[in-house]
Structure formats: structure tokens, C-alpha cells
Write a protein that binds this ligand. Sequence first.
Ligand code: ZN
Length: 276
Amino acid sequence: MTIDAHTHLFPPSQARDREAIASRDAGFAEIYGDPKAAIAGAPALLAALREDGVEAAVAQGFAFAGEREVAEQNEYLLGVAAETPRSIVPFATVNPALPGWEREARRAIEQGARGFGELRPGTQGWDPLGPEAGRLAALAGEAGAALVWHMSEPVGHRYPGKEGGLAPAELIEVATAAPDVTMVGAHLGAGASFYLSMPEVREATPNLLFDTAAAGLLYDAGAIARLVATAGADRVLFASDFPLRRPGPELKGVLAGLDAATGDAIAGANARRLLC
Ligand SMILES: [Zn+2]
């Protein structure tokens, strides 16, 4: 079974209002202010999964600044997931910088959210090691929900959305602070997996994983094999970052050169065990 662990969906209302939302949300504007940046809804995702032979996808929220946008997107993600429970696994968006965020987060869990993401504290203005982050991790831990962090490489070319995620060392600290919570560093963890080569770091972060979202845009063809070598096959999740990338070609790139058992774990077994 193949599961895409990181895709993005927006309700038709937010696709329609993208210009107005971009005018009041700088993080959204950075990526989706460009009218050429694709915004997908559930029908487009379901069609891509069907065409590419992928059984299910985790639908992530966007790290909106405002309460209204957060609630509107969560309502949509949870609604389409409830209609297609075998195909869409909903993660809720949350902004811990807003008063009352915990109410929205608990509501999302009660309505079926399996985790929170894609978390981007830098653009929302909260400290991933601060008290609100601690409450978010506790809430996720209680609910058996996962946290997916947008990661920002400290080096390399600039692109829309590079900022605002965690730096590699920050991800290790965040995971160490809540070792029982399943956490995912998106985009190959921006290189954080290398530190799992230190035995005490590996031991301190038993539930930290890495996804391959947008790997084909960011890294060379050998990067997945190096990620598997440093993190271990049980800590890697295939992900596309749809609609930025198509799941089919990304999966082909991710699996190239891996043995069958490693491929099975990455393509779906890890996600089924930990995110669904
Ligand atoms: Zn991301």
C-alpha cells in the first residue's frame, strides 16, 4: 500500500479568495500570492492518487495567521476526509500564536484530525520550544496525533516558502523535548537526520521521522539513499508535497535504488503505522 504523507488541500472558497487572503497573510502571500502557484482541492488530489496508483494521502493544512482562515481550512480538510476516509487522512492546521488556539485544535482532534501540520512557527510568530509549543505537543501526545514541521535548509538557493520552518538542530531539540510524540521533519528534515548518527541523539528522539516532500525540487538523486542510511528505513515517509509535485514521479524518484523491504516501509507501511 502506497501513502503520500504530505499533500496540501484548500477549500474552493480559499482558492477563490486567494488574492484577498494574500493581502492580509504574509506567509500565504509568499507562496500563493503568485497566481501560478497551484492550489488544489480534494477532487484534484483524488484524481492524482488514482492516476498515479497511490492509495491514500495525508492532507496537511497551511500555517495561516488568522483564526478565520485556520477554521475554514480545518472544516474543509475534516469534511473531505470524512467523505473519503480510505483516501484522505486529515491533519489540522493550528496557530499557537492566537488566543484560543487550543479550542480549535481540540475540536479538530474530536472531528478526526490525525495530527497537526504543516507547522511553520517562523511565519506565525511562535516559539517551537516555548510554552505554547509544549502545550501543542502535550495535546498531540494525549490524542496519539503527530506533528509535521516545515523545515528550512540553512543553506542553498532561495525559493518561496523556504523561510519559517525549523532549522535542523531546532528539530532535534523540539523532538527531544517531547520524545513520546510522533514528529515528522518535512523535506528530508533539512538535513537533521545526520545527527541521528550520534547515539545519544538517536536515543533521545525515538519518534522522530522525516518525509520526502518536494525532494525532487531540492536535492540530488542520491539524497533519499543518504537519508535512509542516516535515519533508518523505519523513519522515512514517502511524500510529494502535491500539488507542487505529482505523487507518481516523486515516488519513482524516492524508490530508485532502494531494496524492496526499504521501499515498502517508506512508500506506505511507516505512514500506515504512525499517521493513519
Ligand atoms: Zn513544507
